[in-house]
Design a protein around this ligand. Structure first.
Ligand SMILES: Nc1ncnc2c1ncn2[C@@H]1O[C@H](COP(=O)(O)OP(=O)(O)OP(=O)(O)O)[C@@H](O)[C@H]1O
Ligand SMILES: [Mg+2]
Length: 228
């Protein structure tokens, strides 16, 4: 469960990232965050991952106040999350297996679990055959699948992705959206910031629309641009 209470984030240059956002996300929901460029989508996701802290207000994740999480607790909080961000890319000199292994070692998982979980996560994204491949030998869509496998390998409660399909062709992007739907069906909460109007319209998930940092619309089975 995620709850935002009057969350605002103003950057040092006074530009508004997010303004007075309040909403709940229940366990197992699938939420699209949409809005024009500069409307605050990435800021909102960074507040959820605690890459940024609010200027005012607070966010509660499973009743844990993010404002109260210190540097020491942050890695434990992050274990609840699977973050898909192209800025946190794969290590090119490591194989797919090793990339996922590193994520699991960082979460102090035991070796038996590591051996079991990696093939399972790769199976989920349809990439078992690439287990010993290097990321540099893979297509962009394949690399994204590996990023998703890495995000789910530690069994997160919440997946957070910032424009995951932005640079993909239509078919690959649709496959990736379906993959997020499969992940959501496992009970994992999925939050995706996107400009992909077509997919948002087809998938009829909850759509939160931002405008100048404010929540302009929040529709249960919404479409892109529906403001209610
Ligand atoms: N590091 C920063 N310093 C100052 N202002 C910032 C910073 N990051 C974002 N902003 C400002 O905050 C506002 C929201 O930006 P944000 O990146 O959250 O928008 P966005 O909806 O993700 O846009 P896009 O669709 O282009 O990714 C914009 O006005 C932007 O200029
Ligand atoms: Mg953005």
């Amino acid at each position: 469960m995620i709850e935002l209470k009057n969350v605002s984030k103003t950057y040092v240059n006074n530009s508004i990232g997010v303004e007075n956002a309040s909403f709940y996300v229940n366990d197992g929901e699938f939420v699209f965050i949409v809005g024009k460029s500069g409307s605050g989508k990435s800021t909102l996701l960074k507040l959820l991952t605690k890459e940024l802290s609010p200027t005012s207000g607070d966010i509660f994740v499973y009743n844990l106040s993010l404002n109260k999480i210190g540097r020491k607790e942050l890695p434990y909080y992050r274990r609840l999350l699977g973050i898909i961000d192209k800025n946190i890319s794969l290590m090119e000199q490591k194989t797919v297996y090793e990339n996922l292994e590193l994520a699991m070692l960082a979460a102090q998982q035991p070796s038996k679990k590591i051996k079991d979980s990696i093939p399972r996560a790769l199976g989920l994204v349809g990439m078992n055959k690439k287990i010993n491949e290097y990321p540099s030998n893979m297509s962009e869509g394949e690399r994204l699948r590996i990023l998703i496998a890495r995000a789910v390998v530690n069994n997160p409660k919440i997946i957070i992705a910032d424009e995951p399909t932005a640079s993909l062709d239509y078919e690959t992007a649709w496959d990736i959206m379906c993959l997020f739907n499969d992940i959501n069906r496992l009970g994992i909460t999925v939050i995706i910031a996107t400009h992909a109007k077509k997919f948002v319209d087809i998938m009829k998930k909850r759509v939160i629309t931002l405008n100048n940092g404010k929540v302009l619309g929040d529709v249960k089975k919404g479409k892109y641009g529906w403001i209610v």
